[in-house]
Design a protein around this ligand. Sequence first.
Ligand code: RB5
Length: 146
Amino acid sequence: MIAIASDHGGFELKQEIMKHLESKGLEYKDYGTYTTDSCDYPIYGEKAARAVADGECEKGILICGTGIGISISANKVKGIRAALCGDCYSAEYTRLHNDANMLALGARVTASGLALKIVDTFLETEFEGGRHARRVALIHEIEGRE
Ligand code: RB5
């Protein structure tokens, strides 16, 4: 199950991504927002991030205007590694090396055709493990020092 969430700035791209996931037979849960009315991205970023952190969803996709606000918000939830990606290389390597569990996209920055390729790359790439597992563990040790 994939958690997906956006603010108003990411709403239209989220609709396209959900259609794309459906066409691939992938299950998702939409954590809002559900209209184009102006809203606050931390609310939706947190909802989807908690679903991933609690294990209800394996991965998540977050969208706001830049992808920045919603990724910063999601990364405040313990266990979340949300990566803002505007290209397929970053999407591939954040899975290979960071084991990112959430992808963030900027709907006002990244055109939808590219965004869908980024989504596919992110969802289809496995974590490499090895020395990268130690580094990912070190990221979460930071949470313990807060
Ligand atoms: C909303 O106007 C915009 O600030 C938001 O979508 C996002 O870009 C924040 O980081």
